[in-house]
Design a protein. Sequence first.
Length: 318
Amino acid sequence: MKIVVLDGHTLNPGDNPWAPVEACGDLTVYDRTRSSQIVERASEAEIVLTNKVVMDQAVISRLPNLRFIAVLATGYNVVDVGFAHQQGIPVSNVPVYSTDSVAQHVMASILSFIHKPAEHHAAIQQGLWQTANDFSFWLYPLTELKGKTIGIIGLGRIGRATATLATAFGMRVVAHSRRQSEPLSSPGFEWLSVDDIFANSDYVSLHCPQTPETEGLVNAKLISKMKPQAVLINTARGGLINEHDLADALNAGRIGGALLDVVSTEPIVDSNPLLRARNCVLTPHIAWSTIESRRRLMQTAADNVAAFISGAPINLVN
């Protein structure tokens, strides 16, 4: 069976072999594919794997051999799943692979923000310690996490994993979720409204999906409820935040900071106001990308392909 990967570079930049997928059929991998190249490259493919390359109705209708689409991610908004279903083309995703990596990134970002090891290292390289009058100095006030409150918006797998790590640091966890299923056993845990989480948390971490209801969720009104030193963390989707409102709040010193792994348009564009906002730390959508996470993603994608070929597809989203 002919299999084409349209944009495989982020999954395997050279350290995560395609062998599990290659075992399923005749595999061709493209690192990147422009929209104008999709039909040409996938014209003979029966199975297409995509991460961020859009498979809309116009594309799918021009691929007569296409039988199955496997998304190399959890989010599958890049595929017109409704039209694919009408054409009898199942679509799968990879629902669980980056939970621990993303939760780890949240805590790493917080710890780096409050201890600033990179900034202190740079100061030493510039000679500040060598010429100091004392054995110790610090450039910024340093704080502990114990006793602080972290508010989690979206208590799914990643939100819960983040809560577990935060609890280990002695933080109090409060959360809001569409389905208030099993509460956490963390001391002091509460279900709160979104407004109350933003008003009472020292750190707010976003872990909810981007939907029409949550797009632009974090706006000037909600940010105005935050404590002056509170920090916003986003490892979910950039569209959850009104970026101009957040940049205005940061530049005015109304909140303590923002730690963002995702933005509304990726790669980030030069006009994004967060590029020059005060106390805003940006990372290039890397929370998911540990080697362990990418290996799990590769194997599950291969399992999805193999299951389809065997006639019993799994992880279907349509």
